[in-house]
Write a protein that binds this ligand. Sequence first.
Ligand code: GLN
Ligand code: ZN
Length: 769
Amino acid sequence: MQTSQAVQIANLGFPRIGRQRELKFALERYWRGEITQLELARVAKVLRSTHWEWQAKAGVELLPVGDFAYYDQVLTLSATLNVIPDRHRGEAQEGSVDLDTLFRVARGRAPTGEDAPASEMTKFFNTNYHYIVPELKAEQTFTIAYEQIFDEVCEAQALGYRAKPVLLGPVSYLYLAKAVGSEFNKLTLLPDLLKAYGAILARFVAQGVEWVQLEEPVLALELDSDWQEAIAVTYAALQDAGIKILLASYYGTIAHHQSLVSALPVAGLHLDLVTAPEQLADFAAHLQEEQVLSLGVINGRNVWAADIDSIAQRIKPVVNDLKGRVWIAPSCSLLHSPVDLDVEDELAPALRQQLSFAKQKLSELTQLKTLLTTDQSFGTKAEADAIRAACIARRNARAEAADKRVQERVAALSPADYERDSEFAARQVRQQQKYRLPLLPTTTIGSFPQTPAIRGLRSRWRRGEISETFYKDQLRQVTKDTVDRQLKLGIDVLVHGEAERNDMVEYFGEQLQGVGFTKFGWVQSYGSRCVKPPLIYGDLSRPGAMTVDWARYAQSLTDRPVKGMLTGPVTILHWSFAREDISREQIATQIGLAIRDEVIDLQNAGIGIIQIDEPAFREGLPLKRSEWDTYLQWAVDAFKLSAAGVSDETQIHTHMCYSEFNETIEAIAAMDADVITIETSRSRMELLTAFEDFEYPNEIGPGVYDIHSPNTPTVDEMVTLIEKAADKIPVRQLWVNPDCGLKTRTWEEVEPALQNLVQATKELRRRLG
Ligand code: GLN
Ligand code: ZN
């Protein structure tokens, strides 16, 4: 049937959490022991069948199976392959894995119920989705040990659907895994891994499955020759499995691997044509006879309605050429999009019109098919016209909503707007004269414990149960208490504590023009954890000061300097769903201007030290090294724009909570912040190797207190860490601080830790001063 059709609708995967986060709540209840595993399974089954039904209704013919995961699809695959760390595995469990074991790996439990460190969690490529890193030993073997995907194939078939199992491919699986125990080349495990994949495919064949989707997102990376070779070996080995393989790539162009990929003996190829539309022509030209080309044309990882009209025009020639061998699909799994726009009941119509969540993206595929096939099938002309009209209406609405003032301001920027008045050395002298800070000044990163009382207060205020006046009054008391405690501890540069902020991006997004929020626009981050990113839908501006009142209030309580605390443009951009009709660089510039205005307002309100946090700076790095420089250039510029409006005396800080600086240190230095605070305590200052070859010019506070751990760091530990730092960096440039904000900790943990931090600093001042 499908070959007679001009084009077939396909999908790579659907979000699993449910449009009301049903899976999240069921999981958490299960983990708390409030429901049984059977009840959890029932919720999961309803979600799967609902999502299949939506997809089938939209015209998806092969339904993805295996996109559902109780925690993470990479972890499910590890379980399937019997890759379970010994510390999580039950005794009687040699060759089989159960759901509780899988949860133990993810959540850090031994079979006895005691703590056993969870497997590491890392961002999946350049997304905000986190996967559980498989742990592979040198002597690792792979066998089928967990039945979930096979059960789900049966489940889909029983509902009358044609199931297409989806799995991460062997090469990407190995690539993402971590070698533990001895050091070894992971590729030595490939032959045995391929046997296990062969066995999995054989099971699918026995179940009557026609197509399987194997995903190799590593193809978007610049792979070494041995990893390229592994791709060739893998698909040669799997070609006789008796099943059609759709090799899926996503998140970026794979044109650099074109000859390798076009030669693979696979039945179909999926391309991400949203991030890399230009790769279509080459792959279409090299398509093998009978091979299917799946065009990923609807963005699987955003929230914006697609311009179906222009997509249709763009791909029509290929659709005509390849006669019946074209699938149309989202660019990647819809996992990264919120689930269903229909449940949003309070969105402004102008914004709603521009949006499309996972379920709506399926309809976009239906509509795209209509546009692509109207020439052949009569009777759909009116429908096609309506679809085109909607696209035009959206385009016009966007053009009308443009904010000319913002665009003119961006256009008028000159190089001088990105630079401070004087070089760092001159600024440093002025800042020292003004603040007279001691050697090794102490400070914190911004937030202090968000106690249940503070959270409760905020939710009561949001629900309208308490007045704004009462809410703010209470928060002022919290702020005063926070300042008092810091004074008592003897910290040099104070913070107000960020009690009024729920989230460091949302807090600013809510006060900026051009940013919108949804009620249910949740996207899975990891396990049961979801995030609801703001939507940057229009030109961005700041109607009024966002943080000045809190900063001024906190500063009024003490003579010591209190840092103003802002989120930087790159982080706001990266942790939002950003519009796609202008470049990310342009959006970052707009946010940079809004933050710049806030920085200046803070300075004018008497706040002389201002921190602009950029924890997401590194996350924005492109997958391909060759594209890093371009990104770093505009990201650094956006930061500089936000910071450079102040006088030399004003001290600009920034903060980043990670430690891999080796390759980006020059860009970080180019940001020209007067002080940067960074994470180092977990890596025991290893990151400072970055500072061996490169002399970091400005001041720096390598975190000496690992706030991710509930343990109290001792004075001695911190003394050692600071000494280590002082080996690499002149002591006059060093600050002493924790390695991130303290909002997730309790005061019982924070106070003794900071006491020790101050104590350690005093000892070193005596010794090094
Ligand atoms: N100022 C923020 C805080 O302390 C920084 C958070 C972060 O680095 N992620 O919470
Ligand atoms: Zn941090």
